[in-house]
Design a protein around this ligand. Structure first.
Ligand code: ADP
Length: 675
């Protein structure tokens, strides 16, 4: 086992060095003195004995003085002196006795030298060992880990100084309790099983690694990584355990934080995934169960084809696709149905879902600039399309549908849309029938009105016109006389004028009666009547490829009028407006209907962008039978004005500054007093 480091014991101070030098000097002097004394005694005393043996202490002093080299040189010098002395005293008298003594002395010198050399080697080896041991100890105390050693049974017998620095406890405390006291520094949560685990790991006899929290000087805990390996003999027997405990607190805490974050993230991802799954299930069930036919489609190919058309048409994709039916076919042919619900399968008259998904070819059978503009709006601005279209279904029928298309999320940059469709064929047919019936009714009404009017006129006018004719003839006769009777002729002509005046009065009264007969006055919401009237002319608007924009100011008072008549006025004015825009470019055919007003009066302006009114026609526009249309009757505006006036209002027209004309009628606001 390594000893504990003791820095104070390392190296000698200046006094020790001095002492060493003095000792060496004294030894050298003593060695020389002794060698000289032995040589002198051996050479000059004449004493017959192995005096040269006494050179041995000289060698011992030499060993103390300077190590191996001094011993070897000393042995050679001493042997030489012994031989020189022998030759000097025994020249010519050499016998076996004195030669033997010389040999004994030389052997003694050689043995002493050999002994001293071996001792010196041993001493040097010890010094080297102690130095390396010391180096090792310094290293063990310098590394930032706790190094430890344990007996084969796991009892700790060595802890490096880092233990002390970390725990603030003396090393002896960690080694107490038969080498297991260090376990008491583990975190309380890990202590109950600490001894058991330690013993188990040691018993297994394999290198191991584990993580524990160690209480440090300030009472807090830091994570340590403890790793240990057994040291074995050649036969495999464990002689001891060596290990290292590394402070990995920062890494461990970072790891724990990352793990905690990961767990939170995983929990969130799981939660979000579950939410998405729920929402997907909800979407699926809404998709499947809906009575509205729904298709999920991939329009990536369409998007590409639209972009190509835009390039080919120098920015005007719509114009290009209108001019190139083949390009349009390719574009709509690139639609791919990905999924369809039950209602869609039924709408398309498909055998089953798979048959519908396998369907090839175009869905829509119409190709209009409006349709194409809508496709561009969908892909460019992700707008939701809502429109009507004719759909070719699988049994060859054409079904009219009201459809809505919106983009939905799609993977890998593809473009998916959800299409909802309602079959409006039946509804449209009913509406067409209704409108036709309404038109028929209006025509019949007009005919009946005119019939009644003309019958009434004929009846009422019969008499004054007959009288006019008779008086005119009478006047003619009075004038043909020779000489003419101018007085009587004048009287007859005055009667003609009177009867003509009466006829005009009859006409006026008849028209007033006509208007009065239809009256059923009640307070009504002008905005609502305008909207419903505009809805009635939807077909005319579509037929004329025009659209109406209705704006009703909020909080308007009601007006007192006959709802049906008022509707007829608005219908008439809007239809006229649409007809006047025949030559206007399709995109600009807009009829704006503004309803505004205050406390006293409400105004409806019907503004178009049509031909406007020629200056020479402005004065006679409201006259009966004035028309510029080949099949026109010229009664509409006249009846409109009469109707509005009968409600206490006025109807006027003006040409717009830019284009078209604006018909405006004003009605008194209903103040609660029935008129
Ligand atoms: P008609 O049935 O013949 O159109 P109306 O009384 O409705 O009878 O209209 C009379 C004439 O007034 C029309 O023939 C047309 O020349 C002109 N007119 C009516 N409305 C407009 C309008 N919005 N813009 C231009 N001219 C119009």
């Amino acid at each position: 086992m390594l000893k504990q480091a003791d820095p104070l014991s390392q190296g000698a101070g200046p006094t020790a060095a001095q002492r060493g030098r003095v000792a060496r000097f004294v030894s050298a002097c003593a060695a020389f003195a002794l060698a000289a004394a032995v040589f002198a005694f051996d050479t000059f005393s004449g004493y017959e004995s192995a005096i040269a043996v006494l050179y041995a202490p000289v060698l011992v002093l030499g060993a103390v003085l300077g190590g191996r080299l001094v011993v070897v040189v000393g042995a050679i010098v001493c042997s030489t002196l012994a031989v020189v002395s022998f030759l000097a005293t025994h020249v010519g008298a050499m016998d076996a006795g004195n030669t033997g003594r010389l040999l004994v002395a030389l052997v003694a010198i050689a043995l002493t030298a050999a002994l001293l050399l071996s001792r010196l080697s041993l001493h040097q080896a010890r010094a080297a060992l102690s130095e390396s041991e010391q180096n090792l100890r310094i290293m063990a105390d310098t590394v930032p880990q706790i190094l430890w050693q344990a007996l084969p049974d796991g009892r700790i017998v060595y802890l490096s100084r880092r233990w002390m620095e970390m725990t603030g406890a003396p090393i002896a405390d960690g080694l107490a309790d038969d080498g297991l006291a260090f376990l008491n520094w583990f975190h309380p949560e890990e202590q109950p099983t600490a001894v058991e685990q330690w013993t188990e790991l040691i018993r297994e006899g394999e290198p191991f690694e584990f993580y524990r929290r160690l209480r440090i000087t300030d009472g807090s805990y830091r994570w340590l990584q403890l790793s240990a390996s057994p040291l074995r003999t050649e036969t495999g027997q464990i002689v001891k355990w060596a290990g290292v405990a590394t402070d990995i607190d920062e890494e461990m805490r970072a790891q724990l934080a990352v793990r905690a974050t990961n767990q939170t993230l995983e929990a969130r991802v799981a939660e979000r995934t579950a939410e998405l799954a729920r929402s997907e299930r909800r979407y699926r069930s809404a998709f499947e169960q809906s009575h509205v036919a729904m298709l999920e489609m991939d329009i990536t190919g369409v998007v590409e084809a639209l972009a190509e058309a835009r390039v080919a048409g120098n920015g005007d994709g719509t114009g290009y696709l209108m001019a190139h039916p083949d390009a349009f076919d390719r574009c709509v042919g690139a639609l791919r149905i990905l999924d369809a619900n039950h209602a869609a399968v039924q709408l398309f008259g498909a055998k089953d879902r798979e048959a519908l998904l396998a369907r090839e070819g175009r869905l829509m059978s119409t190709r209009t600039p409006e349709d194409i503009d809508r496709y561009y709006a969908l892909v460019d601005r992700r707008e939701t399309i809502e429109a009507e279209a004719e759909l070719r279904v699988m049994d060859g029928r054409t079904v009219k549908v009201l459809f809505g298309v919106s983009q939905i999320a799609a993977p890998d940059g593809r473009c998916h849309v959800l299409v909802g469709m309602i079959d409006v064929t039946a509804r449209d047919r009913a509406q067409e029938l209704l409108l036709a019936a309404q038109e028929e009714l209006a025509r019949a009404n007009r005919a009946a009105t005119l019939g009644a009017l003309s019958a009434s006129i004929a009846h009422e006018l019969n008499q004054p016109i007959g009288a006019v004719m008779m008086d005119a003839q009478t006047a003619a006769r009075w004038l043909e006389r020779e000489p003419p009777d101018l007085g009587l002729a004048k009287r007859a002509l005055a009667r003609v004028a009177g009867n003509a005046e009466r006829a005009s009065g009859i006409l006026r009264r008849t028209r007033e009666q006509l208007v009065k007969r239809r009256r059923a006055l009640e307070p009504i919401d002008l905005g609502e009547v305008v909207r419903s009237a505009v809805a009635l002319v939807d077909r005319e608007l579509k037929g004329g490829r025009a659209r109406a924009e209705v704006r009703v100011a909020p909080g308007l008072l009601p007006v007192e009028a006959d709802r049906i008549e008022l509707q007829q006025v608005i219908v008439n004015l809007v239809v006229n407006a649409v007809q006047a825009m025949r030559d206007t470019p399709a995109g600009e055919r807009v009829v704006r209907v503004d309803v505004s007003g205050g406390d006293k009066r409400l105004t409806v302006d019907i503004e178009d962008r049509g031909s406007g009114i020629a200056p020479e026609h402005i004065g006679c526009l409201f006259d009966a039978f004035f028309t510029t249309k080949p099949g026109g009757m010229g009664m509409g505006l006249q009846i409109c004005r009469a109707t509005i006036e009968s409600f206490g209002g006025t109807l006027v027209v003006r040409n717009n500054e830019t284009a078209g004309a604006t018909f405006s009628f004003t009605l008194p606001a209903y103040d609660g007093d029935p008129s």
